[in-house]
Design a protein. Sequence first.
Length: 114
Amino acid sequence: MTIEATATRVTVTSIAAERINAITATETENKLLRVSVEGGGCSGFQYRFDLIPAPDADDLVIEKDGATVVVDPVSLPFLEGAEIDFVQELIGASFKVNNPNAQASCGCGTSFTI
């Protein structure tokens, strides 16, 4: 059974949803964005973004403006209360996780410490 998103869990901005929809528009199977946390990076943990065809039974499913994001139950405690955004900066455009659980992050912003 899929876990439904709640306001205190993980949110997705409209800008991120728009970008997900643009990326998946040409995909025939992989229409969902999986956001997960794995060990690694210079600060201990790093975010991973993958396109997948369907959620697992125990995933948190977040729907926003036609886009779907899923988070696995192992990553969820690290992402509780986080906001998934998409930013365009001078150094490039990317998905960004605004995570209230992160105590520190590396200079490039792709890894974090709890």
